[in-house]
Design a binder for this molecule. Structure first.
Ligand code: GDP
Ligand code: MG
Length: 773
C-alpha cells in the first residue's frame, strides 16, 4: 500500500511480473489488482491496494485499504514510500504501523534521491520505526529481490512480542489516558485477536466512526464507548482543540523529527529570486512578463487616453461599427483589463523576494512552493481568492459585453432579418411569423446573446484550473470550512458549481461518508452556475451601469453587483451548511491531507478544450431544451385563439396572474416576471428566454428597456437574489435524485426556494424600509 503515485503498481508489477489479474473490490468501483510470485519455496499472493494519504477511513480508498489491512490481516504489508517525499509518505506509514500490522517499508524512487540531493539514513529510520526498510527502484527492478527476501524474513519471524503500535508517544496527557483506556477495553470486551487494542483505543479517542461501529456490537454494556466519549471531552477541554488535530499534529511532529535527524539535504535551497531568474531567463516568460508590465503600467496611468486616440484614429480611417466593437472595445479593452494587474503581481513578488531575503519566509523549495507560500498563506489566501474571483467577473464583463453586442446584432438584425425576409416572401401565415420571431428568435436569441460571456468565464475558470490555482482555492477555503466544522473536502465540488451544478453534484462522490455527501449536495445549488449569469448580466446592464468608487478605485458597477451575488451564494451555502450540520447532520468533521499538484503553465489546447466543452453545453442547451420551452411558452402566450399575443388574456397571462401574488412581496409582481420565474425552474436561462418571448421584443437592447419600465434597481436586485438561490434546475434535481434519492431531491427544491424567498424578501422589504425603493 502507499500514497497515490508512490510506485505501488510499479512495485506490484516488478514483484509479480505477468502473474496478475484485475477486478474490482466487492461491491465497489475501485480497481483491485491481484498477483503472485514464488520465492524460496513460498507462493506469495500480492494485492495492490488503492492509494491513500492516511488511514482515517474518510474516503472509499482509505476505507478499502484500511479494512484490508485491519480485517483481512495480511501476513505482511509492504508500504511503498516515495523517498523524494518522505514527510508525507511517512504519515501513512506511521498510522499503518500503529494498526499493529506486520509492516515493511519499501523506500522507492531510490534512483531519484541523488538528483534531489537527499541523503537518507535508512538504518536509523528503521530503528526508530521498528520496521525493516528496503531501498528499491521499482521502475528498473533494483532492490526487488531484497524486498522479496525481507518479506519472507518478516513472515518467518512471525508476530513479534514487542508492541509496535506504540512507536509514537502522544505526550504524557494523552498517553496516560490511552494506556488506561486500553486496559478498560481489554477488561470489558473480547476483541477479536486480529485487532490491536491500543490502536482500537486510539481510534475510539479519535472518534473514528468505523471503529465505533465495530465496538458497538461488542460493547454490550456501553462501558467502552461512554469512556471514549468522556476521554475525548476531557482531552478536548485540556487542549482547547479538536483531539484529532492534536493527535495528527503529534504524528506530524514525530515524523518531522525523524526527517530532520535522518535526512540530509545536500543542496542549498534555491531562493525565490534564483528560481524566478531561472524561469524569466526563458525568453517566452521573460519577454511576456516585461511586455505585460509595461503595457499594464501604460493602461494603469493612461488607459482612457489610449482608448480615445485609438478610436479616433479608427473612426477617421472609416472603420465599421462592428470592427470597432471587436478591435477597440474587446481586444484593446481586454488587453488593458488583463495587463493592468500585472504590475501589482510584480509588486507582490518583489515584496515576497524581499521578505525571503530578510529570512522572514523560509523553507520553500521550488518555484511552485514559493507561489504556494503566497496563495495559500494564512492571511493572504482568502483575499487572493476573492480578488481573483473579482478579476474573473470583471474580465468576463469587459471582454464579454462588446462581443455580446456583436452577437446581439448578428442574431436580431442578420438572422432575425433573414428569417423575416424568407417567411414574408414565402407568404407564411402570421402565426408562423410570430412563432419564428417573437418565439424562437426572441427567446432562444436572448439566451444565445450571452454566449460570449459564458465562454469568457469558462475560459478564465479553465485557466485557473489548468494552472493549478483552483486546487489552491479549494485548499484555502477548505481550511475555513473546516474551522467552522464543515467537511473540508466539500469545497472542491462547490467550486465546480461555478461552472454547472450537475457535474459538481456528481463530484461529491469523492466524499465517501453518506452524510457528508448529502450535506454537500444540498448546499451546492447555491453556488452560482453559468446558467444564472445571463440573468445577472441582463439585469445589471439595465439597472447597474456606470462605475462605483471602492477604496479609491473606480470599479465597474455591474461587476460589483454580480460579484456580490456570487459571494452571497457562497455565504448562503456556508450558512446553510452550518445549520444542517447542527440539525440534520450532527457531528461530522474530518481532517484530510490535500494534495496540491505543482503549478503549471496551462497549454493552449488544454484551456481551449476545457472552455469549449463547457461552453458548448450552454449552446447545445439553448438549441434543445431552451428551444422547446420557448416554443411552449410562445404557444401558451398565443392561445387561446383570438387573444392578443402575449397579453394578459392568453393562457400564460392567466398562469402569471394566478401566481404573481406570490412574487409581489419580493418585488416581482408583474405577471411576465412571475411566469419567467415559474418556468425558470426548468433551466435558469429560461428566465431570460421567456422574458424575451413575453415582452415580445427582439434582442438584448429592447428587453433592457422593457425591464427598466417594470423593475426598480431594488426590485431588480431582489429578483436576482431569488434567481440565484431558488430551486436548482430540472437537470440538477434529476441528478440529486439519482445520487441520493427522491426524498432529498424534493427537499432540495423546497428548501432552496424557501431560502431564496426569505432572502429576497429581506432584500426587497428591507430596501424599501430604508428608502431604497
Ligand atoms: P501508484 O499510483 O502508487 O500505483 O504508482 P505507479 O506505480 O503508477 O507509479 C507512479 C509514477 O512513478 C509512474 O510514472 C512510475 O513510472 C513512476 N515510478 C514508480 N517507481 C519509480 C522509481 O523507482 N523511480 C522513478 N524514477 N519513477 C518511478
Ligand atoms: Mg496504481
Amino acid at each position: 500500500m502507499g500514497n497515490p503515485n508512490c510506485g505501488k503498481t510499479s512495485t506490484f508489477n516488478a514483484l509479480t511480473g505477468a502473474r496478475q489479474h484485475v477486478g474490482n473490490w466487492p461491491g465497489k468501483t475501485v480497481e483491485k489488482k491481484e498477483g503472485s510470485f514464488k520465492h524460496k519455496n513460498y507462493d506469495i499472493e500480492v494485492v495492490d491496494l488503492p492509494g491513500t494519504y492516511s488511514l482515517t477511513a474518510y474516503s472509499l480508498e482509505e476505507l478499502i485499504a484500511r479494512n484490508y489491512v485491519v480485517d483481512e490481516k495480511p501476513d505482511v504489508v509492504v508500504d511503498i514510500i516515495d523517498s523524494t517525499n518522505l514527510e508525507r509518505n511517512l504519515y501513512l506509514a506511521v498510522q499503518l504501523i500503529e494498526t499493529g500490522a506486520n509492516v515493511i517499508l519499501a523506500f522507492n524512487m531510490a534512483d531519484l534521491t541523488k538528483n534531489y540531493g537527499l541523503k537518507i539514513n535508512v538504518k536509523q529510520i528503521s530503528d526508530y520505526l521498528h520496521v525493516p526498510i528496503i531501498e528499491i527502484t521499482a521502475r528498473d527492478g533494483t532492490g526487488i529481490e531484497e524486498l522479496k527476501g525481507a518479506i519472507i524474513n518478516l513472515y518467518e519471524k512471525g508476530e513479534e512480542k514487542e508492541d509496535k503500535a506504540k512507536i509514537i508517544t502522544y505526550g504524557k496527557e494523552i498517553e496516560e489516558h490511552l494506556e488506561k483506556f486500553t486496559e478498560i477495553i481489554n477488561n470489558n470486551i473480547k476483541l477479536p485477536e486480529k485487532y490491536n487494542s491500543r490502536w482500537i483505543a486510539l481510534k475510539l479517542i479519535e472518534n473514528d466512526k468505523e471503529v465505533i461501529k465495530l465496538i458497538e456490537n461488542l460493547d454490550t454494556n456501553h462501558v467502552v464507548l461512554k469512556e471514549a466519549e468522556r476521554i475525548r471531552k476531557h482531552l478536548t477541554d485540556i487542549f482547547g482543540e479538536d483531539i484529532d488535530t492534536v493527535i495528527a499534529d503529534a504524528r506530524y511532529g514525530f515524523i518531522h523529527g525523524i526527517i530532520v535527524e535522518n535526512v540530509e539535504k545536500k543542496e542549498k535551497k534555491e531562493s525565490f529570486v534564483d528560481q524566478a531568474k531561472k524561469t524569466l531567463s526563458k525568453p517566452v516568460y521573460g519577454a511576456t512578463l516585461a511586455a505585460g508590465t509595461i503595457i499594464g503600467l501604460m493602461f494603469l496611468f493612461a488607459g482612457g487616453g489610449i482608448m480615445e486616440s485609438l478610436s479616433e484614429f479608427l473612426e477617421t480611417a472609416g472603420a465599421p461599427e462592428w470592427l470597432m466593437l471587436i478591435l477597440v472595445d474587446t481586444i484593446v479593452v481586454g488587453i488593458g483589463a488583463i495587463t493592468i494587474y500585472i504590475p501589482f503581481v510584480v509588486l507582490i513578488f518583489l515584496i515576497y523576494a524581499l521578505l525571503e531575503s530578510s529570512r522572514m519566509i523560509k523553507g520553500a523549495d521550488t518555484l511552485s512552493d514559493h507561489l504556494d507560500r503566497i496563495t495559500t498563506n494564512r492571511a493572504l489566501g482568502i483575499p487572493i481568492f476573492l480578488l481573483l474571483m473579482f478579476i474573473t467577473f470583471n474580465l468576463t464583463f469587459e471582454i464579454g459585453a462588446p462581443l455580446s453586442d456583436v452577437t446581439d446584432w448578428f442574431i436580431v438584425d442578420v438572422i432575425g432579418g433573414a428569417v423575416e425576409g424568407i417567411l414574408t416572401s414565402a407568404n407564411a401565415p402570421d402565426w408562423l411569423l410570430s412563432l419564428a420571431l417573437d418565439g424562437i428568435v426572441a427567446g432562444v436569441g436572448s439566451v444565445l446573446v450571452f454566449v460570449p460571456f459564458i465562454f469568457m468565464i469558462f475560459l478564465i475558470i479553465a485557466i485557473l484550473e489548468d494552472t493549478g490555482y483552483l486546487a489552491r482555492a479549494a485548499f484555502v477555503m477548505d481550511k475555513v470550512m473546516h474551522k467552522i466544522g464543515l467537511h473540508g473536502k466539500s469545497f472542491i465540488p462547490m467550486l465546480l458549481g461555478f461552472g454547472c451544478n450537475v457535474p459538481a453534484i456528481m463530484a461529491t462522490r469523492v466524499l465517501e461518508n453518506e452524510r457528508d455527501r448529502i450535506l454537500t449536495i444540498l448546499i451546492n445549488p447555491f453556488m452560482s452556475c453559468g446558467a444564472r449569469l445571463p440573468v445577472y448580466i441582463l439585469f445589471t446592464a439595465a439597472f447597474f451601469t456606470g462605475t462605483t468608487m471602492v477604496f479609491g478605485f473606480s470599479l465597474n458597477t455591474e461587476t460589483i453587483v454580480i460579484y456580490s451575488l456570487y459571494l452571497l451564494g457562497i455565504s448562503v451555502a456556508i450558512i446553510m451548511g452550518l445549520i444542517f450540520k447542527n440539525t440534520l447532520f450532527k457531528g461530522l468533521s474530518s481532517p484530510f491531507v490535500m494534495e496540491l499538484p505543482p503549478y503549471r503553465m496551462p497549454t493552449l489546447t488544454g484551456v481551449a478544450i476545457h472552455t469549449w466543452e463547457r461552453g458548448w453545453v450552454f449552446i447545445k442547451k439553448a438549441g434543445t431544451v431552451i428551444f422547446a420551452i420557448v416554443v411552449l411558452i410562445w404557444f401558451l402566450a398565443a392561445l387561446p385563439a383570438g387573444v392578443e399575443y402575449g397579453s394578459e388574456d392568453s393562457y400564460i397571462g392567466g398562469i402569471g396572474k394566478t401566481i404573481s401574488f406570490v412574487f409581489t412581496p419580493i418585488g416581482a409582481g408583474d405577471w411576465q416576471s412571475s411566469v419567467s420565474l415559474f418556468f425558470g425552474f426548468l433551466a435558469k436561462e429560461v428566465v431570460v428566454g421567456s422574458m424575451g418571448v413575453l415582452y415580445g421584443i427582439n434582442g438584448e437592447t429592447g428587453l433592457t428597456e422593457a425591464l427598466q419600465s417594470t423593475f426598480t434597481p431594488l426590485s431588480a436586485y431582489a429578483f436576482l437574489v431569488f434567481v440565484l438561490l431558488y430551486a436548482p434546475c430540472m437537470v440538477a434535481v434529476a441528478t440529486i435524485k439519482r445520487e441520493i434519492g427522491w426524498k432529498w431531491a424534493i427537499f432540495a427544491v423546497f428548501y432552496t426556494t424557501a431560502v431564496a424567498y426569505i432572502v429576497a424578501l429581506i432584500v426587497y422589504q428591507g430596501g424599501l424600509l430604508i428608502g431604497l425603493g
